[in-house]
Design a protein. Structure first.
Length: 225
């Protein structure tokens, strides 16, 4: 039986905007099992990005319980949450966030450095992941010399170089054309199927969502069936 890697109960998140409280999450119950590829869909303002940031330890919840890899995020210190992000959770965003003055290889190496893995020899298995991503021959190029799809695949490589238990992808194809979008989504599916990478992807695109195993719909801060 697969292990539960994300467990959420009664999650609420309220933002103060001026003198008004805006309830972004309204009692969310949700779990993700190891090895799942889950797509979360919903219109703008549905709460899906807020959920992403709470799961990633980037935004504290107002109420409820969020457990990631059996860690209660509320019980962790700031340093503890930062360490969890560095070592166990990978992030891919709509913007590639690559450093323009560095090669693709150096952009990936930064993640190893931040996680304190510089002293550890590179994992031969990661070379297979780079082949799967289709960027092995592009590692010595800087972002300006790469297509949008290649830049996003470099961003994915950077996110998983430390073998995170969970990959969080927020609109990973939002800045890509249809051809590059399909290439990136196929890569995510291959990572899930070939190496068992657990993926939680947020998207507003039903075609992108179809690449996941399971579809979760959000509306008005709630999960709707």
């Amino acid at each position: 039986m697969s292990e539960t890697v994300i467990q959420i109960e009664g999650l609420r998140k309220v933002f103060r905007v001026g003198k008004v409280d805006v309830e972004a999450l309204r009692g969310v119950d949700f779990e993700v099992l190891q090895g799942e590829f889950v797509s979360i869909v919903g219109p703008s303002g549905s709460g899906k990005s807020t959920l992403f940031h709470v799961i990633g330890g980037l935004t504290p919840p107002t109420a409820g319980t969020v457990r990631v890899l059996n860690y209660d995020l509320a019980a962790l210190t700031d340093a503890g949450r930062t360490n969890l992000r560095k070592t166990a959770v990978g992030f891919v965003f709509q913007k590639f966030n690559l450093l323009p003055t560095l090669t693709a290889a150096d952009n990936i190496a930064i993640a190893r450095h931040i996680a304190g893995r510089d002293h550890i020899a590179e994992d031969p298995e990661f070379r297979k992941v780079l082949d799967l991503l289709g960027i092995t021959h592009r590692l010595h190029h800087k972002p300006a010399a790469l297509s949008g799809g290649e830049q996003q695949r470099v961003a994915i490589a950077r996110a998983i170089v430390n073998h995170p238990a969970i990959l969080l992808a927020d609109e990973p194809t939002g800045n890509l054309d249809s051809q590059n979008s399909q290439a990136v989504l196929s890569v995510l599916r291959d990572l899930n199927e070939r190496i068992g990478q657990t993926i939680l992807m947020i998207t507003h695109n039903p075609e992108a969502a179809a690449y996941g195993h399971r579809l979760v719909n959000m509306r008005d801060g709630r999960i709707v069936q």
